[in-house]
Structures are given as structure tokens and as C-alpha cells.
Design a protein around this ligand. Structure first.
Ligand code: KIV
Ligand code: NA
Length: 279
């Protein structure tokens, strides 16, 4: 597979071929995504929950994100790599955002960065893009602003709110974003925005009318215990937790019963050597 670049993304968009994106947070999750043809891999700040066991994304540090970015970069040599700027690392000023974005390229080995916010963040998007760092914008439900939004709620449900989503998408397009994530907006709104702007929309909980889709790998592969809450838009394509559980339970049982290790898992020694050794 040829290395995915912004040209590849643009070509997919122009021929109306859906763009595939998935999150990864370490070498193996990046490797399996890259080997299975994902166009883009996102090191999302959702790793705060799925890899670090935090309650939400607000506590994850830039240094922690960068460590995960580097491991993802080693596992995904082909996909276009996007690093998610964590809360607090870009909102203060365009200069702060650019400083952080440069670290994501230089230390994180990413190709682009993602940051949350629409019209209000447009000058920030422009400053990062001007430095030659592609920006994936993120509008609609922006989880880093969950406290201000009053929780994880669908955005753009009224005509006025839908127009705000469109205005945000237009603003980040004008600022030079190469694409925009639309999270948790009605399908009609996402499809309309997609028709009205000239950059790809990457949907998550935004219906089939987007230019591409992104999902959190741990969610879509079913790598979580039964009973965990999943947003409505997640489709569980696998049962990684179930398979890992089955394997670990069998290993536990076979160690306890001494069924493992069997002869084929041990190193042989010549009979004469054993006899001499034991003498
Ligand atoms: O952090 C993340 O994984 C994300 C995607 C879900 C878009 O921002
Ligand atoms: Na995120």
C-alpha cells in the first residue's frame, strides 16, 4: 500500500470515495489499523479513557499524548496520522496552539493535528496551517467542552443550532483546515454541511452523508467488558474483550491443572546429559 498523504485524502474526496479513519493509542492498535487499510489513524484524546483509565479527556497531558503518538507512528507506517491536541494545550492563543502542534509533529511523529472548535478557533486553525501543519477541525459535539455543553449531547438539533454547525464548518474551512470532524449531529445536518463545504467531513454519530467516518477502535472492536455504556452511533464489529477473556481463562485453568506447558512448549535436552546432570 502506498503511503497516504493529503493528496490521497483529497483524491478520495474528489471521487466521492468514503475516507476511513480509526483511533489507535499504541503500537499494536496502530499496526492492525494500518495493516487493514485505514486511510487515517487518529491518536484521539479518548485514549485518556480507553488506554489510561481516566474519567474523561480533561486530565490527559500533552506529554502523555506524545508518548502514545510516537508508539502509534512506529506501528502505522502507511496511514495519514493525526494527533489530537489535548484540552489546555491550544486554547489560550494561536501561538500556544502552534507551539503544541509543532511538538506533535516533531516529537509525536504525527502528520497533522486535530483541535476542537469552530468559528472561535478559526484564527488558531489558520496559524497552525500557515506553519505548514495540516489541521483536522472538530465541530458539533466537542467532548473537551462537555462542561460548557452540559454533557455529551447531540448538537445542531434545532434549525438555529444546525446553522451554527454549518457556520463553524465554513469558518474552519476558510481558515485552511484540510477536513472537519462532525460529531453527534443529526444526519440531515451533516449531509447538508458536507454538500455546502469544499473539504471532507469525517463523521462520528453524524450519519452516512459525510465524506468519511471515524470510530474509537476500542469501541468498534468490542474491547470492553459487558455492560459498558456505548453511544448510539457505535457499531460493535468485534468481541476483542470476549476473545481475550476466553484465552486468559483457559490459560488460568491450564496452569492450575498443569495442562500447560505441555511437552511441545518445552526445550529438549539429550538423555545422557540429563543423566549426568542428575547424578
Ligand atoms: O478522541 C477521539 O477519539 C476523537 C474521535 C472520536 C473523533 O476525538
Ligand atoms: Na478527541
Amino acid at each position: 500500500r502506498k503511503k497516504v498523504t493529503l493528496h490521497t485524502i483529497d483524491a478520495l474526496y474528489r471521487r466521492n470515495e468514503p475516507i476511513t479513519m480509526i483511533t489507535a493509542h499504541d503500537f499494536p492498535s496502530a499496526h492492525v489499523a494500518d495493516q487493514n487499510g485505514m486511510d487515517m489513524v487518529l491518536v484521539g484524546d479518548s485514549l485518556a479513557m480507553v488506554a489510561l483509565g481516566m474519567e474523561d479527556t480533561s486530565a490527559v497531558l500533552e506529554e502523555e499524548m506524545l508518548l502514545h503518538c510516537r508508539s502509534v507512528a512506529r506501528g502505522a507506517p502507511t496511514a495519514f496520522l493525526v494527533g489530537d491536541l489535548p484540552m489546555g494545550s491550544y486554547e489560550i492563543s494561536p501561538a500556544q496552539a502552534l507551539t503544541t502542534a509543532i511538538r506533535f509533529i516533531k516529537h509525536g511523529r504525527m502528520h497533522a493535528v486535530k483541535l476542537e472548535g469552530g468559528a472561535a478557533m478559526a484564527p488558531t486553525v489558520a496559524a497552525v496551517v500557515r506553519a505548514g501543519i495540516p489541521v483536522l477541525a472538530h465541530v458539533g459535539l466537542t467532548p473537551q467542552r462537555q462542561n460548557a455543553l452540559g454533557g455529551f449531547r447531540v448538537q445542531g438539533r434545532t434549525a438555529a443550532a444546525a446553522l451554527q454547525v454549518l457556520a463553524d464548518a465554513r469558518a474552519v474551512e476558510a481558515a485552511g483546515a484540510f477536513a472537519v470532524v462532525l460529531e453527534a449531529v443529526p444526519a440531515e445536518v451533516a449531509a447538508y454541511v458536507t454538500r455546502r463545504i469544499g473539504i471532507p467531513t469525517i463523521g462520528i454519530g453524524a450519519g452516512a452523508g459525510c465524506s468519511g467516518q471515524v470510530l474509537v477502535q476500542v469501541d468498534m472492536s468490542g474491547n470492553f467488558p459487558p455492560g459498558r455504556f456505548l453511544p448510539k452511533f457505535v457499531k460493535k464489529y468485534g468481541d476483542v474483550w470476549g476473545e481475550a477473556s476466553r484465552a486468559i481463562a483457559q490459560y488460568r485453568d491450564e496452569v492450575k491443572s498443569r495442562a500447560y506447558p505441555a511437552k511441545e512448549h518445552t526445550y529438549p535436552m539429550k538423555k545422557e546429559e540429563v543423566e549426568e546432570f542428575e547424578r
